[in-house]
Design a protein around this ligand. Sequence first.
Ligand code: SF4
Length: 404
Amino acid sequence: MKTIRITLLAVTIVSFSIGFNLFRETRVDEGKYLSDVAPDAVFSSKAGTPPHYKSDREIIAFNSYDIVPAVRGYAGPIKVLLSLNSKGEITGIRLLEHKETPNYVHYLLSADYLSRFAGKNVNDAFEPDNDIDAVSRATVSLNALADTIRTSSRMIASEVYGLEVKGGAPGSDDGRGWITYLALFFAAFASYHVTRRSKRFLQARDILLLFGIGIIGVYLVTPFSIIHVFNLIFLRISSSYLWYAVIISTLLSVVIAGRFYCGWLCPFGALAEYIGKVPLKKWELSTETDDRWRKLKYIILGVVTALVLISRRPEYGSFETYVTLFSRHGDYLTWTLVGLMLIINVRSKRFWCRYLCPVAALTGIFSRRDDNYVSTKDCPMGNKPQPPISECIRCNNCYVKREV
Ligand code: SF4
């Protein structure tokens, strides 16, 4: 494991340096898109406070990011160009730039969806499920988009046109998402500790895994992904409390309890485990062959890390099965992978988690040694006796406190 750690650290540093020198981030030239938000207007150059473009009509245009840079989606700001008339109505909108994961926002940030904001008044609520269609499963991105449009256009309406506008804090979560996530996380973490003391409560994990599928996978659509880690490396920080809840809780749990997330919360791992309960004989591999193939996930993590850090495009991590499945968006190839990785569990326990998952590789690398896990024939990972801790998802089936 030490060699794997050092190799991956070297890959990360070298790839990041190459990417940093090859692909500097360029600022988007918003001026050339002004005709998209107001086709008949002629604009002067950007000026004023807050910065905006005046036109020969009663219309002004502005980049939302200039006004509210603090509002961020899952991977940094979502920059949109807007035009506003003197009545405080949005007359045009165009996406300028974003770094969100395409699977989650493919429709949300399409011209078709954005056009629904045209005609709205700055004093409208701009609330998903109220006056905005919550068609997207990317709740964090949708909230950020609504916030950035609402807050920037209200500021422009007030400062430039002198209109009376409603207040409203930018970047605000309504709390439901992150509170629900943390409640589930702490329930799972408490159960993890209780089951290390008493085997009587082991079934709690089955129930929590179901909640993992329902809450993290279906309701919040925020399974922890390798893309989170890449965005963190690129300092693409969100303004969403849910983002902080997912990242901080998962990374802390890795330090304290290794692959706890995989064993207690991961919605894809949960599905794989349930499918694996189908009473069909599982494929038997020799310990050596099994060990060799389990290293594949570290190679995948290394290759993806190099690819993403050199290209500076975290979305290359979108091949992850949970991203495709829970965002319900992917191409022919990624959906085929999802299908295969679910069906194969009938004959091979948690196949994706054992051999391919980059999050499993990452959490495995940082798992701290614990000799109290001995493994049983009921191991959900199909681990042989005395498995390396990097392969243990801490279900606690085999936890035996050893006397020192
Ligand atoms: S080694 Fe033990 S605690 Fe770890 S996953 Fe297997 S049965 Fe669960």
